[in-house]
Design a protein. Structure first.
Length: 187
């Protein structure tokens, strides 16, 4: 298993979310990629309280190079890395990787470092000064996932994902979400 990720063998390759790219994505992928609100809330609107979070990894480590660049984080600065799976009714829906620098945790009064099985979206979308700064997309081939991630997510095909830099009171964090086949059935 990779030392930097429970989910990935190596860092995903992201492409800028440029104008016009939206229309090249499958309709179901567009629906989730361009959702402006909380994905957790959207799932709860469909599944109710059956939406659960399983923490796959949480710890302090140096993020992937692209992640550090997006967050303007120096190479030797550790960030809180959290990888989870959202699921409902035993169906894996989303795999997510969140990178939270120490200064962002401080501004959020440690709420972000003590989530446990609580969805991140429930916390960050409650902050009045939350801003979405930047968004990228990726198509991750099955061989890019670790074996445990492929098993947990039931990954047998390429998976679309989005990566978003959020700012809370001008402190940034990176949230990458990957849409598993079951979620694409919900429009």
């Amino acid at each position: 298993m990779s030392t930097r990720s429970y989910l990935f063998i190596e860092a995903p390759t992201w492409q800028k979310n440029r104008q016009g790219i939206r229309h090249t994505l499958p309709i179901a992928v567009q629906s989730w990629t361009y959702e402006l609100g909380s994905l957790t809330q959207r799932l709860r609107n469909f599944y109710g309280n059956r939406v659960k979070v399983t923490v796959l990894f949480q710890g302090w480590q140096s993020p992937f190079l692209d992640e550090r660049r997006l967050l303007k984080s120096p190479e030797h600065h550790y960030c809180l890395v959290r990888e989870v799976m959202l699921h409902a009714d035993n169906k894996p829906l989303i795999l997510a990787r969140t990178i939270i620098p120490r200064h962002t945790i401080k501004i959020a009064k440690s709420n972000l470092s003590h989530l446990g099985s609580r969805p991140l979206g429930e916390v960050i979308f409650s902050y009045p000064k939350l801003q979405r700064l930047n968004s990228n997309i990726s198509l991750i081939q099955p061989n890019m996932w670790t074996e445990p991630a492929r098993e947990k997510g039931n990954i047998k095909e390429a998976i679309w994902g989005r990566s978003t830099v959020y700012s809370i009171a001008q402190r940034e964090m990176l949230v990458s979400e990957f849409f598993l086949p079951e979620i694409l059935k919900i429009l």
